[in-house]
Structures are given as C-alpha cells and as structure tokens.
Design a protein around this ligand. Structure first.
Ligand SMILES: [Zn+2]
Length: 372
C-alpha cells in the first residue's frame, strides 16, 4: 500500500516535472519563467496556449468534442478588467506595486501610456481570446468543425507561441492535426489571391465554421516609442515594426527607381510596392514626416479589411446558396496587432471588427464580446 502510494507520488512528480520541462522547452526565457519572476505580468501564454503530450490529447477528441475547448483553461476576464480605458489608474496600480523594480514599472507605464493614446480599447492577447471563446461556444464552434485562418504580416513575431494567432489556434483546433491557413503577406495584406481564398474555404469541415483574424501590426517598445520594438538577440537595436509599413511611409513623396526590379530572375518587391502605391494615393502630396505611423497603420487596417472582404465576396457571390450550403458561418476578427519588445509580456490587439457572416446575413458581435 505504502509502495503504491509512493509510486503514485513519484508518478505525479514525474508528470509535473515533464510538464514543466515541456513549458520550459517552449519558453526557455519566456512566459513561464516571466510569470514566476514577475507574476504581476500574468502572462497569458502558459494559461491559454499550452498543449503537450501530457495534457489531454487529441486522441480522445471525439469523446471530448462536445466539451468545448477543454484543454485550455482560460481565466475569465470581464470587459471591464480587460479594456484599457483608464490608463492613469493602471499606471498608478503599476507604480504602487512595490515588489517590482522602477525600470519594470516605468516600462509598463510607458507602454500603456503610448498604447492608450494611439490604440485605445486594446486588450492583451489572452484577454482577446478568453472573451471570444464563450461567444464561439454559444455559436456552436468545436475543435472538429472549425478552421482558423489569418491575414497577418509575415513577420515572425506574429506567430510566436504567445501571439494572437497561436492562442486562437491552440484553443480552436486540435494541436496535432489542426493548423492555420495563412492568407496574409507584408503588413497583413492578403497575398494568396482568389485561388488562396478558395483553397482556404475549401478546407473548412463539412457544414463547418471559420475564424478569420486579420489586420496590420505595429510595435510599441518599453519606452513608449511607437513603430519599434526590441527583438530577441537585438537588445541594442530596436527594429521598425511593421517594417513594411515603416518602409512604405519613408517612401511617401519619393519616386522609386523602376530599374530596381529584376523580373527575369523572379526577384521582385511586389507586396511592398503595392503598399507604397496604396499609401501614396491615400496620403497624396504628403511627405513621410507629415504623417504619423499610427495614422498610417490605421490606413493599413482599412486596406487589409477591404481586401479581405473583397476576396470573401468574390468567393461567396457567384453562388451564395451553394457556398452557405457547405459553410455554416464565418467569424471575422479584424484589428491592429500591437507587438511588445522581447520579455515585455503579451502582445495586445485593438479589435475593430467582430462579425459573424452566414446565410442569414451579418451579425455584429464586437459590442457583445468586448463592450465596444
Ligand atoms: Zn510587418
């Protein structure tokens, strides 16, 4: 009996140890350790996107599929908890926490100040997901009837383990068999064309559903500088984020040399050129220093949204009856991704559109989900 008890204790310790090793393997210096050192950060990644062989597996998915998203316990946030509406109170609560160093508190305050003045009503990624999941559950989304798609910038920071796309994926599709259909190129502008959209929608489970997240991104560093972040291994060299948008902004009012293209070698810059063309038209007559990066990023959101809607329309309209006969609903989550510097915690997202499209029409869910 004692031996059995001891075995159980050892087994439990082994499982816990393995679990921790798994988390550490994913984030050697990341969310897990950050939570241990700075619990105030309440880093969402370890809560919302954890999946490993010791967690409930995909093998028993069919028995579990009616229990929605059970593999990822998520803290329930209220809209009031999550929304950045009163930065001064957040700032004060940050500064009042004496367990943390002045530099950490100052970094939080600088980031939150810039976030609120440039992208109000933004939420940490974990909060975006935790508030969306109950809405999806109510609408019949399960791990076997949902396809996740994205039209986000190619930049690797948008696909880290704590990114919005990763957190959606880990909560909405089976870890082993599910993935994300990527529709986006630079700045999140759809780059796969009508064939890519048709392929994506052709992969939706029969009579299933789609969650499509889209939008441009922008960095805010720990000093509150908008349009830059420090990346892993680049502590002394903050980089423009989104680089494609920063580059296109610099090109405003500057004529580009067409000889830079080399079509024969299939080396080109078509995605960046398209962004420059769009922004040059949008900010016609203005030079780079006459427009702000926030304003430019907001324009990029409009472009990404309009392109996503245009491609969807091109897929649906030719035979909408047949289209909705195969897909029951599409959720569109559009907004601006706000990246933080390395080791600064969860990225944020400013939700600007949350709609459900179906044969019945369009239903707005933004207010219900995020109280906006
Ligand atoms: Zn980018």
């Amino acid at each position: 009996m004692i031996v059995n008890g001891l075995s159980a204790v050892l087994l439990s310790a082994f499982i816990v140890e393995k679990h921790i090793q798994h988390i550490d393997a994913f984030t050697p210096m990341g969310a897990y350790n950050l939570n241990m050192i700075y619990p105030r950060y309440n880093v969402q990644r370890s809560e919302t996107s954890l999946s490993c062989q010791l967690c409930p597996s995909d093998e028993n998915l069919h028995e579990n599929e009616k229990v929605f998203f059970q593999t990822s316990p998520v803290k329930a946030y209220t809209a009031r908890d999550a929304r950045i509406t009163i930065p001064s109170s957040l700032l004060l609560s940050t500064l009042a926490n004496t367990a943390f160093t002045g530099s950490v508190a100052a970094a939080d305050a600088s980031f939150l100040g810039a976030l609120n003045s440039n992208f109000p009503n933004s939420f940490a990624n974990g909060q975006i997901v935790s508030q969306l999941l109950p809405i999806l559950k109510k609408r019949g989304y399960t791990k076997t009837n949902t396809l996740v798609a994205s039209s986000l910038c190619s930049d690797e920071i948008n696909y880290s383990d704590q990114s919005l796309e990763s957190q959606l994926r880990s909560n909405l599709v089976p870890a082993r068999y599910g993935g994300v259909f990527h529709l986006g190129g630079l700045a999140g502008v759809p780059s796969v064309g009508i064939s890519g959209f048709k392929a994506c929608l052709g992969h939706v489970p029969i009579d299933g559903k789609v969650v499509l997240v889209f939008g441009p991104h922008i960095g805010i560093d720990e000093n509150g500088v908008v349009g830059k972040i420090k990346r892993i291994g680049q502590d002394t060299k903050p980089t423009g984020t989104c680089g494609a948008v920063v580059g296109a902004k610099k090109a405003l009012g500057v004529k580009k040399d067409p000889s830079a293209q080399d079509e024969e070698k299939f080396v080109n810059d078509t995605q960046e050129d398209a962004i420059i063309k769009y922004l040059s038209k949008k900010f016609k007559g203005k030079k780079s220093d006459e427009v702000g990066i926030t304003e430019v990023t907001q324009s990029m959101y409009n472009l990404v949204r309009d392109e996503v809607l245009a491609y969807l329309q091109a897929c649906i309209l030719p035979d909408s009856k047949a289209f909705w006969g195969g897909i029951s609903e599409i959720i569109l989550l559009g907004g601006i991704v706000i990246n933080k510097s390395y080791l600064q915690g969860d990225d944020y997202f400013q939700p600007l559109m949350l709609q459900a499209l179906s044969a019945k029409g369009t239903k707005d869910l933004l207010s219900e989900t995020y109280s906006l």
